[in-house]
Design a protein around this ligand. Structure first.
Ligand code: CAA
Ligand code: NAD
Length: 297
């Protein structure tokens, strides 16, 4: 199998300088947990306005960490100091680990990996993607050093959910996969599972058909949005139902994940239902735009 052998050894220097590309929900969360773990974090956003919005998002989450007793005021302040923003990817030259977290679009991601490969020249640097579904090999092959490329798949909300899926390809070096795993586990305190480089990896291969089935239920009038969610929360003790969860993830992202899983496996269960397509076309993509299956203030 493509995956490199698991090992507890930490290869090479400890990672203390991280770059995060994108400060949307996931990029902001990844930058936040790195800063909270005493790591120097540089975040790329396309414009100053988006960078300001990303910083505000992180500060709000740090405030939530304080109000829920997870971190102290001092820890919040120190984490905020460790975060810097840039709109020039060229500033990433000294990064030891870069986590890409831009929208789920293969063309955009491959262009970023090709550019990053030229900028980050340290052969030990780890170039990671937080993609939900795009095979990591496609991103690795956009670079000249595919041995440095891995998937590090975090879960939303990143400060709360303890999992990282580590995805290595046929080309990823053992040293790089060991460094990435050690960083997620020992520095960020996450738990790591390994997945083969298959679209959707472990979690989304199971989650996305379930979310799409719930959307098909709404589409066919089988049950209401509220009753489907209530049934799952009360009947299966999930923290939220599938339609609230779809809104949280983002319907645009779910459509993109479904498209890439369908492209890989050609299974009808991964094919995005028309209701999902229409909602994305209408811009009703969930919590981040204030309207999806539910409305958000
Ligand atoms: N920093 C630190 N801790 C925080 C925090 C922050 N910014 N925000 C919240 N928390 C903590 C709270 O203190 C609380 O901790 P305790 O349980 O110890 O009290 C816990 O997180 C829950 O927070 P809240 O009580 O404020 O919120 P909630 O109970 O309504 O839960 C939720 C919200 C965490 C989102 C929960 O509903 C949940 O876990 N939902 C499921 C989320 C899920 O399945 N995510 C995966 C999506 S799939 C994915 O990510 C992969 C992909 O590729 C699409
Ligand atoms: P989001 O919509 O919140 O943020 C998207 C980010 O991409 C923003 O920073 C935006 O500025 C940037 N972006 C958009 N177009 C761009 C372009 N042309 N060039 C460069 N940057 C661009 O999305 P998100 O939920 O943070 O998802 C980001 C990644 O994380 C995706 O690959 C997604 O599949 C993955 N992911 C999402 C979740 C989730 O629950 N939402 C969970 C795990 C992984």
């Amino acid at each position: 199998q493509a995956d490199a052998p698991a090992t507890n050894a930490v290869a090479g220097d400890k990672i203390s300088r991280v770059g995060v590309i994108g400060a949307g929900q996931m990029g902001a969360g990844i930058a936040e947990v790195c800063a909270r773990a005493h790591v120097d974090v540089l975040v790329f956003e396309q414009t100053r306005e988006l960078a300001a919005a990303g910083r505000a998002r992180i500060l709000r989450s740090l405030d939530r960490g304080v109000s829920s007793g997870k971190i102290t005021e001092r820890e919040r302040e120190q984490a905020a100091w460790r975060l810097r923003f840039t709109s020039d990817l060229g500033d990433f030259a000294d990064r030891q680990l870069v986590v890409e977290a831009v929208l789920e679009d293969e063309k955009v991601k491959t262009a970023i990996f090709a550019e990053l490969d030229q900028i980050v020249t340290d052969p030990k640097a780890v170039l990671a993607s937080n993609t939900s579904s795009i095979p990591i090999m496609k991103l690795g092959m956009a670079t000249k050093h595919s041995e440095r490329v891995v998937g590090m798949h975090f879960f939303n909300p990143v400060p709360v959910l303890p999992l990282v899926e580590l995805v290595t390809t046929l080309m990823t070096s053992t040293e790089v996969s060991v460094r990435a795993e050690a960083f997620a586990r020992d520095v960020l305190g996450k738990q790591v599972v390994r997945s083969a480089d298959r679209s959707g990896f472990v979690v989304n291969a199971l989650l996305v058909p379930y979310l799409l089935s719930a959307i098909r239920m709404v589409e066919s009038g089988f049950a209401t949005v509220e009753d489907i969610d209530k049934a799952i929360v009360l009947g299966l003790a999930h923290p939220m139902g599938p339609l609230a969860l779809s809104d949280l993830v983002g319907l645009d992202t779910i459509k993109a994940i479904a498209d890439s899983m369908y492209e890989e496996f050609k299974e009808p269960l991964y094919s995005p239902p028309p209701l999902l397509l229409r909602m994305v076309e209408a811009g009703r993509v969930g919590k981040k735009t204030g309207h999806g299956f539910y409305q958000y203030p």
